[in-house]
Design a protein around this ligand. Structure first.
Ligand SMILES: [Fe+2]
Length: 304
């Protein structure tokens, strides 16, 4: 555990949660939100009639499976090791600002009309195409390299993401990929300017388009149930296709520091290393892949 979050923007805590309880939680989630094609609208026509493009992701406390079905997360939230992990970066008075269930859907299980819709989109959020009653879970097909901290959540403009494996994640399941030390360039607009080395698959170059280029190692977060990985809100990360036959189910916690502790924490100190702008981008410019009406532009994707 000698990893330096301030430099890399990542900390892999290993298996710190009870794997059996994680797997049991996954079966509970699947009982409520078993994946099947009927969760989607039947066609684009039906979507046009009943669907919407805005506000389709789980909310902070409403429209969120964790709260609407009272999922028991005590074994996580009250776990000594988990609290220690969060405290080690965010300070002991950390704030969990959002919890959500994530479902990374294999490409082959997505209805054809939806597949066509998201084919050339970089960040393929599937929730707009899913019926309202199932949108309390976050579904996606693939996510190009992006930053989570692109807008403030619940008044917090700085937060880190902690991802929890509820089951074993292998290279086939579309694991999270994280570009080490990419937070250094600060907040940049999406699509981010990243290019893969022509010779080494795990090496990427990232530019802020202002003359700064950094070399980054791509970290692939595979591992068993109960594993927790934390990463900086400005670190570039994403996932390629899930090539298995089952959705990858995980939990995502967005965590912030208490303002009075911020400066003393590893989290607060990590911002001193950041060369680029932390604020700066207006909503309009943070994501260049979104049209005025909220629909997505085809941008292709860089992650592989
Ligand atoms: Fe993300």
């Amino acid at each position: 555990m000698k990893e330096n979050f301030i430099n890399t923007g990542i900390k892999d805590f290993g298996v710190i949660l009870n794997p059996k309880k994680c797997k049991y939680l996954k079966t509970q989630i699947e009982k409520l939100r078993g994946y099947h094609k009927n969760i989607f609208y039947k066609s684009f026509k039906e979507y046009k009639k009943s669907g919407r493009i805005f506000n389709t992701s789980p909310g902070l406390k409403t429209h969120n499976l964790i709260y609407t079905h009272n999922l028991d997360l005590k074994f996580i939230d009250e776990s000594f090791k988990f609290k220690n992990a969060l405290s080690s970066i965010m300070g002991n008075e950390f704030r969990i600002i959002k919890r959500s269930v994530i479902m990374h859907v294999p490409l082959k299980l997505i209805p054809r009309w939806v597949k066509d819709k998201v084919k050339n989109i970089g960040r393929a959020n599937l929730n707009p195409w899913i019926k309202d009653e199932y949108q309390d879970v976050q579904y996606f097909s693939h996510l190009d390299f992006h930053q989570d901290m692109s807008k403030a959540i619940s008044g917090y403009d700085k937060f880190a993401t902690f991802s929890i494996n509820l089951d074993k994640v292998t290279a086939k399941d579309g694991p999270i990929q994280i570009l080490e030390n990419s937070q250094i360039l600060g907040r940049t607009f999406y699509p981010h300017f990243v290019r893969q080395s022509a010779h080494e698959d795990n090496i990427w170059y990232y530019s802020n388009l202002e003359g700064d280029h950094i070399k980054s190692k791509n970290r692939i977060v595979t591992g068993p149930a109960g594993k927790v990985c934390g990463f900086h809100g400005l670190v570039l990360h994403g996932t390629s296709f899930n090539q298995s036959s089952k959705p990858r189910v995980s939990l995502r916690y967005l965590v912030s520091s208490k303002k009075s502790q911020f400066k003393k924490t590893i989290w607060g100190k990590s911002f001193k290393k950041i060369k680029g702008s932390i604020k700066g981008l207006s909503d309009l410019h943070a994501r260049l892949d979104i049209n005025k009406d909220g629909s997505y532009k085809d941008t292709g994707m860089s992650i592989r």
